[in-house]
Write a protein that binds this ligand. Sequence first.
Ligand code: ADP
Length: 446
Amino acid sequence: MFEKVLIANRGEVALRIHRACREMGIKTVAVHSEADANAMHVRLADEAVCIGPARPGDSYLNKSAIISAATITGVDAIHPGYGFLSEDADFAEMVEEHGIAFIGPKSEQIRMMGDKLKAREFAKECGLPVIEGSDVLNNVDEARTKANEIGYPVIIKAKAGGGGKGMKIAYNDQEIGTAYMMAKAEAKASFPSDDVYMEKYLQNPRHIEVQILADSYGNVVHLGERDCSIQRQNQKIIEETPSPALNEAQRKEICELARSAAAKIGYISAGTMEFLFEDGKFYFLEMNTRLQVEHPITEAVSGVDIVREQLRIADGAKLGYSQEDIKLHGCAIECRINAEDPETFVPNAGKVTEWHAPGGLGVRVDSEIYSGYKIPPFYDSMIAKLIVHGRTRNGVLMRMNRALEEFVIDGIKTTIPLHQKIMAQPEYIDGIYDIHWLENNIRNFK
Ligand code: ADP
């Protein structure tokens, strides 16, 4: 097994990876920006290297600084976490070229899936259903013609997009010009390519995704699905497994489709296939070639430590179980808690004067926060994940309410009150919601 792993990330995910390494007897190297010198992931790691100033571009996205840190500390492998460089194929290639193991899939697989159009092609070849859509759109006229062919509403998306950015909806010919220009401008500002394409915009879908684990010997399993339909501005807020929207036959269908597609491309490591689900039909959205924020709900119901499996697979180990051995138990829900005003969603970084995380049976909190910690304003506003597990969905809802009530975070504003309101909505309690439900109803929450 690896002796030492560099964790190329910060926050709760850096901690998550550190914990898996520790339990496997692996030493860890933290990298950090100047703003993160006091962060928990730095305090816990065996070694720490400062890789640059606060701005992510100067530190957590600084590939050569991270490779240098890896070389100096003599690590065997690098875990990229999620976000930052986790889906940067060039980075994965650089790591491989330096004789260091990249904990994730091969760089070619990251490259293919990072191009949403290529990913669509691959999906079609593997027999996965895709949403009706276009190729790269070269100008507004082309976009208008295509939109009329497909039928409004349509969504313009960045080919190299991610994180819910670079997507614009158009409902008619008047809106298509602006949607095209805005999506292109956003893509240019945020991604390596400003190419955009179009998809039919589904009006009431749910977001359903399937967790895959695959080793280097062709063994591929799925660990069930997650429903991530509680979203705001295309970003997930609450996730749950199993999805309350699927019956057993639909669950089996989508999980098996995703598993066989991953096997067909010879996928290696943990990955997630994302789908939209509307009127009983699934449509492939994209594949994420990395660990996902919401992976703990799958860990809760499957008992599989996904990060441990990523480390084992990267080291050449076999999965050690087949699909029949995977048994999923009960239900799990995750609330993403952000340092934001719960009404305006304006980020609210600052000093956490008091911190008390909930505990008890079936409650897990993944967070880098401690009392007295000063949250730097330069990064994502998610500060904690509250994951609750239990035998029944009703029991889990009761437990989530209890855990949210117990959570104390003073000194900053958080989205805990929003989660409490969502948990009290009859539609949420009944599991009847699509990806627009939160945004359409949030104003009426009491
Ligand atoms: P990203 O890579 O930026 O996360 P995705 O393609 O995964 O982008 O889409 C993110 C979210 O955007 C989805 O979960 C869904 O809410 C919405 N979305 C994307 N494509 C469509 C579509 N064709 N119709 C309706 N909603 C969509």
